[in-house]
Write a protein that binds this ligand. Structure first.
Ligand code: ADP
Length: 497
């Protein structure tokens, strides 16, 4: 296998930059790929070389395997890192990369195939003593047979698409009379989203928490876990705030879940970085949900509490190295919280609100990390995921990490688009979040867009500030009293509005 000298990153935005930064520190040359919409993007500027792989839609660029492998050949790269999203969990891509004589930075195509289907994954891990949500082991197509199973499991139940992802093809059924209609809907949603209508039934766990474990394996059979991440603050079944460690896990439960996560990875002969997702019910029983066979968006919270660089570790493992530590060497240091800054309008059902970043100023200071892919003045392309940045705050305790996050959100200045920052601020102040007593139902239970009205955005503050300044300055006594020195920077800021 040998050392990697040049790495192509088959992705864009913050994750492409994040991967390239670690590669650069390791003395590895970097190659960016980009669509026509991303010509001026930061990942293109950062890379040693960059190759245009087609028009803006990802189906014609970031998802075209042959163009990406062709770019790697053309630039003599010897490895490809897929990032997350796009082709990262596509086993055919992993296979093709290998067949082209290149190193794929991730697990084997075989492991990806096992974990790629939710039912296949459940079947594999059940042999390794990993608890599953009660449900059917096989896809089910006959409505009457399915109804019988649902009755045995007990309502409410969840109908899920085996090929599912992104919350699609998932239907909650509260009672038997709704069953047929919901099953038909789940099947047709699964066919249109995944081209595969296979569905199965699970017990619906009410008020669950989403707790996932970061695992890492090498190609010599060693697997460890790097503790958990709590990702229960979600909208549309997608995460917005993540933290590590979780405030509800005792050391005993952490050990038990960690062992189950390592076993689940072993069930697929897994190596490189992966995530085992569990749900935790109110009685702290945990159940395997699925495995993500790639680096997660929220991996920085794990990096902050373990002090490890997960991308460097991924590269070393892909080169054939053994894991440089054992389970007992790993310790949790402090607490980390990540808030995802999306160009979305929380007051309008979290719908994307793309546009130009008129003002873009990152927070700074002790324990604050911002992973992003934009500068002030740049436009957020309409073709891709509208995430602007991830902000990660690390401190000694959960309380301090929350206080730091509030301070950093306050310092973050973004105008030109609506963002999730105000919503994240709402979360940080909410009693349920602060006490640690919350579930995936947080948004549904507590959030009303009106709550954001009290919090003014930096832009509103500037407009208000400018108006107030005009009023005050029109009063003659004040005109005299205002010293030009002290007002200079403030008025400059106001003029931005
Ligand atoms: P997807 O792959 O579509 O993201 P997952 O199986 O990972 O689907 O589930 C996404 C989210 O849906 C979970 O984080 C959890 O909030 C909820 N969920 C999934 N399965 C159940 C279940 N059996 N009971 C309750 N909630 C569930």
């Amino acid at each position: 296998m040998g050392k990697i000298k040049k790495l192509l990153v088959a992705n864009r935005g913050e994750i492409a930059l994040r991967v390239m930064r670690s590669a650069k520190e390791m003395g590895i040359k970097t190659v960016a790929v980009f669509s026509e919409a991303d010509r001026a993007a930061l990942h293109v500027q950062f890379a040693d070389e960059a190759v245009c792989i087609g028009p803006p839609p990802s189906s014609q660029s970031y998802l075209v395997m042959d163009k990406i492998i062709g770019a790697a050949k053309e630039t003599s790269a010897d490895a490809i890192h897929p990032g997350y999203g796009f082709l990262s969990e596509n086993e055919d891509f992993a296979k093709k990369v290998k067949e082209a004589g290149l190193i794929f930075i991730g697990p084997s195509a075989e492991s990806m195939e096992i974990m790629g289907s939710k039912l296949g994954a459940k079947a594999a891990v059940s042999k390794f003593n990993v608890p599953l949500v009660p449900g059917t082991a096989e896809p089910i197509s006959d409505v009457n047979a399915a109804k019988k199973v649902a009755k045995e499991i007990g309502y409410p139940i969840l109908i899920k698409a085996s090929a599912g992802g992104g919350g699609k093809g998932m239907r909650i059924v509260e009672k038997e009379s709704e069953f047929q209609e919901q099953m038909e809907r789940a099947v047709s949603e699964a066919i249109s989203a995944f081209g595969d209508g296979a569905v199965f039934i699970e017990k619906y766990v009410s008020q669950p928490r989403h707790i996932e474990f970061q695992i890492f394996g090498d190609q010599h059979g060693n697997v460890v876990h790097l503790f958990e991440r709590e990702c229960s603050i979600q909208r549309r079944h997608q995460k917005v705030v993540e933290e590590a460690p979780s405030s509800v896990l005792t050391p005993e439960l952490r050990k038990k879940m960690g062992e189950a996560a390592v076993n689940a990875a072993k069930a697929a002969n897994y190596y490189n970085a992966g995530t085992i997702e569990f749900i935790l019910d109110e009685k702290l029983n945990f159940y395997f949900l699925e495995m993500n066979t790639r680096l997660q968006v929220e991996h920085p919270v794990t990096e902050q509490i373990t002090g490890l660089d997960l991308v460097k570790l991924q590269i070393q493992i892909a080169e054939g190295a053994k894991l440089p530590f054992k389970q007992e060497d790993l310790k949790i240091n402090g607490h980390a919280i990540e808030v995802r800054v999306y160009a979305e309008d929380p007051a309008n059902n979290f719908l994307p609100d793309i546009g130009v970043l008129k003002t873009y100023k990152r927070p700074q200071g002790h324990g604050i990390r911002v992973d992003d892919g934009f500068e002030q003045g740049m436009a957020i392309p309409f073709y891709y995921d509208p995430m602007i940045a991830k902000m990660i705050c690390h401190d000694e305790t959960r309380e301090r990490a929350i206080e730091k996050t509030i301070r950093a959100i306050d310092e973050y200045e973004i105008t030109g688009v609506e963002t999730t920052l105000g919503f994240c601020n709402f979360v940080m102040h909410h009693e349920a979040f602060r006490s640690g007593n919350f579930s995936t139902k947080f948004v549904e239970s507590y959030f009303k867009p009106e709550y954001l009205k009290g919090q003014s955005t930096p832009e509103e503050e500037m407009i208000a500030g400018a108006l107030a300044a005009e009023l005050i300055l029109s009063v003659p006594q004040v005109q005299q009293a205002v010293s030009t020195q002290s007002s200079e920077s403030k008025w400059k800021k106001n003029r931005l509005a």
